[in-house]
Design a protein around this ligand. Structure first.
Ligand code: NBP
Length: 478
């Protein structure tokens, strides 16, 4: 046995991850259900490092040094369970199974528990950065036991992306499903970020009358400032691209129906279970879903909208500056909501997640990497019990400075009939948090009226009910 680590499941992600390990000097055992893929990998990339190709599960396990470290990179769901069933009987106490697929964290919790009872460490690992990241350095979010990280961590730190200051973009997130949970919320934030960028584009196009090429330039400029991020950078490239077949802007020949694989939906489903208001992520998921209802949209095309003229050239430039403010403020809110969800998950499942460390490992390798994450990291590092990102002085000052423009952009969007669910939801969240009193008091009154659900008072302890159907006197229900 001489392999430092093994990878089973050699589709695009597994192959690239195996090559990444090998390029960093690790000997990597390879296995795939269809052995032709193993052969192809060795044939095409065998010269990049030390690989041991295994044809059977037994050969694969025998190739691994103990304690064995075995990465599963197969299709998430039933395939993962099938592979675990195949390998677990061949392993020994202290060995580590690593699931790098996009598993639901609840599945990871179940698998971890089952394998722990058999003495095997099971580490659910969130990996972000797509194929390119897997090969050249992803952001890696491992869960599982602290003991397993001792064995696995040094390898992950070698292959992970490095932030600008050289820190590896991986850390032990927390026990059992913590890594996959954080990866899920990462993807939810990614949905929200993409939606906000899409709304900014839509406003610049519809309200200010800019062309995709002009908007590409605006995004390129934004990318030199506080919005500096991978997603803004690629947005500029997509908008600047011309379709070869028609000569039209690429964005105008792509069908406007966004698809999704499900991690955004999971984020919202779990947020509902945890009672965390992630309205920005939810609006992003719904916006993709609405775009996909082609029939409904076609049937609604004749609904009346406002008749407002596109802005003139001079106004357009000032409007673009305001959109930058609105985008930045809304982005702060999305991250505030996402980190709230991680905090809530951490409390519910006893994960003790370090939020500053999460921000730190998202600084490189992953889709939401952004200069902005450095600031989130310092906000949590200087105050780990920060109730919310919006309580950080620097963020609250910035959002305070942006708010007039943010409101003006949302108002303009409404006047022009351009949908901005992300911007609007973020602003509503901000205003709701700020409010001295919310109409929730009235909601409680209604609930007490029709369902005797009781209410608490602002001036006295206890629980009360008003006899709405009788003399409307108040009774204590404690
Ligand atoms: P796929 O998700 O397309 O899975 C293909 C692999 O699963 C092949 O190796 C296939 O073996 C194997 N497999 C299947 Br399907 N059923 C199996 C079974 N019952 N037993 C054993 N092996 C089985 O590959 P991928 O796109 O490379 O993604 C791998 C994992 O990484 C997924 O969980 C994905 O969600 C996750 N992920 C993907 C990305 C991305 O950008 N693509 C990013 C981050 C995470 P075969 O060759 O014999 O059919």
């Amino acid at each position: 046995a001489s392999a430092d680590i093994g990878v089973t499941g050699l589709a695009v992600m597994g192959s690239n991850l195996a090559r990444n390990f090998a390029r960093h000097g690790f000997t990597v055992a390879l296995h795939n259900r269809t052995t032709a893929k193993t052969d192809a990998l060795v044939e095409e990339h065998g010269d990049e490092g030390n690989f041991i190709a295994a044809r059977t599960a037994e050969e694969f396990v025998a190739a691994l040094e103990r304690p064995r470290r075995l990465v599963i990179m197969v299709k998430a769901g039933e395939a993962t369970d099938a592979v675990i069933q195949e390998f677990a009987p061949l392993l020994e106490s202290g060995d580590v199974i690593i699931d790098g697929g996009n598993a639901h964290f609840a599945d990871t919790r179940r698998r971890e528990k089952e394998l722990r009872e058999r003495g095997i460490h099971f580490v659910g690992v969130g990996i972000s950065g797509g194929e390119e990241g897997a090969l050249n350095g992803p952001s890696i979010m491992p869960g599982g036991s602290a003991e397993s990280y001792e064995s696995l961590g040094p390898l992950l730190e070698r292959i992970a992306a490095k932030a600008k200051d050289g820190t590896p973009c991986t850390t032990h997130i927390g026990p059992d499903g913590a890594g996959h949970f954080v990866k899920m919320v990462h993807n939810g934030i990614e949905y929200a970020d993409m939606q906000l960028i899409a709304e900014a584009y839509h406003l610049l196009r519809e309200v200010a009358g800019y062309s995709p090429a002009q908007i590409a330039e605006i995004f390129t400029t934004w990318n030199t400032g506080r919005l500096d991020s991978y997603l803004i950078e690629i947005t500029a490239q997509v908008l600047a691209h011309t379709d070869a077949a028609t000569g039209k802007p690429f964005v105008d020949v792509v069908a406007d129906q966004a698809e999704q694989k499900g991690t955004g939906r999971w984020t919202v489903q779990i947020a509902l279970d945890l009672g965390v208001p992630v309205s920005g992520i939810a609006e992003a998921v719904f916006a993709r879903s609405l775009s996909g209802h082609g029939g409904l949209r076609a049937a609604s095309r004749d609904l009346p909208g406002p008749s407002v003229a596109t802005l003139g050239e001079a106004e357009a430039a000032a409007f673009a500056d305001r959109v930058e403010q609105a985008l930045y403020a809304s982005k702060i809110v999305s991250y505030t909501q996402g980190f709230h969800q991680i905090q809530a998950g951490s409390e519910t499942y006893d994960w003790d997640i370090d939020l500053g460390a999460v921000a730190s490992i998202w600084r490189g390798g992953c889709i939401i990497r952004a200069a902005f994450l450095d600031r989130i990291r310092s906000a949590y590092d200087s105050r780990p019990d920060l109730p919310s990102l919006l309580s950080d002085k620097q963020f609250s000052d910035e959002i305070g400075a942006a708010q007039d423009d943010w409101r003006s952009v949302v108002a303009t969007a409404v006047e022009h009939g351009v949908p901005t669910p992300g911007f609007s939801a973020a602003l509503a969240y901000y205003d709701a948090l700020r409010a001295e009193r919310l109409p929730a008091a009235l909601t409680q009154g209604q609930r007490d009226y029709f369902g005797a659900h009781t209410y608490r008072r602002t001036d006295r302890e206890g629980s009360f009910h008003t006899l709405w159907g009788g003399d409307r006197s108040e009774v204590s229900t404690d």
